[in-house]
Design a protein around this ligand. Structure first.
Ligand code: COA
Length: 300
C-alpha cells in the first residue's frame, strides 16, 4: 500500500556565496529584476555592467538570488544601485550581506543611492541619511497643444560627440561630481538636445532606450524654462510611445510640463546618502546649472 504524501514539506534554508556580477549570464540578471517587477531589459543590465561593478548572490547550483552594484566617479564618490534580493529570500539578511560586500569595495567613498520604499529600512539600518524625494514620472508621451511655451534663452539644437566636453562640465556643475566616463557612455546610447547661446552649451537633455520605452535623462539646465525647452523635442520625438523621466522637481513649470506631456508621477523613491552630501540640492544663484532629471535611479 502506498503512503499518502504529507500536505506540507519543510525545506531547509541553504547557503549562498558571493560572485562577480560579470561572471553570470545576462538573462539570469534579467530574471532577477523581473522577479521584483522592475522594467530593466537585458540590454539595460549590460549598460550598467559596463558602467560599474557589482556582486551577485549565488546558491549552491549557481542560481542568481541577489545583486548589488556601485558606480564610482573618482576616488571619493560612488552611487549604489541594482540592490535586489529574490522575493523568497527577503527580510532574511541577504540585502545587508550584499551591501556590506559593497562597502568593502568603496572604502573612503561618499555614497548616494535612490531607495525604494521596500529598501528604506535596510539603508537606514546602514546609516544612510534621507535627502530628497525623486518623482518617477512616466506614461505615453504627448505634445501639449495649449498654452504658450515660456521663453528659453537660446537656440535648441541636436547634440553630437563634439558637445561631450561641455555636457560633462555642465553635468558636473549640476550634480556636484564629475562623471566624465558615464556622460560619454550615455552619449553613445542617447539622442540629445542642447540649448545654445552662440556656441556655448547652457543646458542639455539626453534620451535613450530603457525598460518599457525610453528614458529622458540626465537633464541639466539653469531654469525651468530652459529645462522644458530641451525636454520638449524628446517628448515630440516619442509622442504616442512610453517615456519616463526621474526628477527631484515637485512643483513649478518643469513639473507641470511633465504632467501635461503624458508623464504624471507614477511612483517615488528617496535619495539617501552616506558620508558627505553632494551640493546639488543647495539653492544656488540664478545661473547655477541644476540637475532637472537623473540619468536613472540607479546611476543618480
Ligand atoms: C530592498 C531589498 C533589497 C531588501 O533586501 P532584504 O534581503 O530583504 O534585506 P535584509 O533582509 O538584509 O533586511 C535589512 C533590514 O530591512 C528590514 N526589511 C527588509 N525588508 C523589509 C520589509 N518588507 N518590511 C520591513 N522591514 C524589512 C529587515 O528586517 C532588516 O531590518 P533590521 O536590520 O532592522 O533587522 C529587497 O526587499 C528587494 O530586493 N526589494 C525589491 C527591489 C528593491 O526595491 N530594491 C531596492 C533598490 S533601492
Amino acid at each position: 500500500m502506498e503512503l499518502k504524501p504529507s500536505g506540507s514539506l519543510k525545506i531547509d534554508t541553504f547557503s549562498m556565496r558571493v560572485g562577480d556580477i560579470e561572471s553570470v549570464e545576462l538573462d539570469r540578471l534579467h530574471a532577477l529584476s523581473l522577479s521584483v517587477g522592475w522594467p530593466h531589459r537585458a540590454e539595460d543590465w549590460q549598460f550598467l555592467r559596463e558602467s560599474g561593478e557589482g556582486f551577485v548572490a549565488l546558491d549552491e547550483i549557481g542560481r542568481v538570488l541577489g545583486s548589488a552594484m556601485w558606480f564610482a566617479h573618482g576616488a571619493d564618490f560612488a552611487t549604489v544601485g541594482m540592490v535586489i534580493t529574490s522575493p523568497r529570500l527577503q527580510t532574511l539578511g541577504a540585502g545587508q550581506w550584499l551591501m556590506k560586500r559593497v562597502f568593502e569595495n568603496v572604502v573612503g567613498c561618499d555614497l548616494r543611492l535612490n531607495a525604494t520604499r521596500a529598501a528604506r529600512r535596510l539603508y537606514l539600518s546602514l546609516d544612510f541619511q534621507p535627502e530628497k524625494t525623486v518623482y518617477q514620472c512616466q506614461g505615453i508621451a504627448r505634445m501639449q497643444t495649449t498654452g504658450r511655451p515660456a521663453k528659453s534663452r537660446g537656440d535648441v539644437r541636436t547634440l553630437d560627440a563634439g558637445d561631450i566636453p561641455a555636457a560633462i562640465a555642465l553635468d558636473a556643475a549640476g550634480f556636484g561630481v564629475r562623471r566624465a566616463a558615464l556622460i560619454e557612455k550615455l552619449f553613445a546610447h542617447s539622442a540629445g538636445y542642447g540649448l545654445f547661446k552662440g556656441d556655448k552649451l547652457n543646458a542639455f537633455a539626453l534620451c535613450r532606450p530603457f525598460g518599457r520605452g525610453h528614458v529622458v535623462g540626465p537633464v541639466v539646465a539653469e531654469s525651468d524654462a530652459d529645462a522644458v525647452a530641451i525636454v520638449r523635442p524628446h517628448v515630440a520625438d516619442h509622442s504616442g510611445s512610453f517615456l519616463r523621466i526621474d526628477t527631484h522637481m515637485d512643483n513649478g513649470e518643469f513639473a507641470a510640463f511633465l504632467a501635461h506631456s503624458g508623464m504624471p508621477v507614477f511612483d517615488t523613491v528617496l535619495t539617501m546618502s552616506l558620508g558627505k552630501r553632494l551640493a546639488d540640492f543647495a539653492v544656488g544663484d540664478a545661473t547655477t546649472p541644476v540637475t532637472y532629471a537623473l540619468a536613472s535611479q540607479t546611476l543618480g
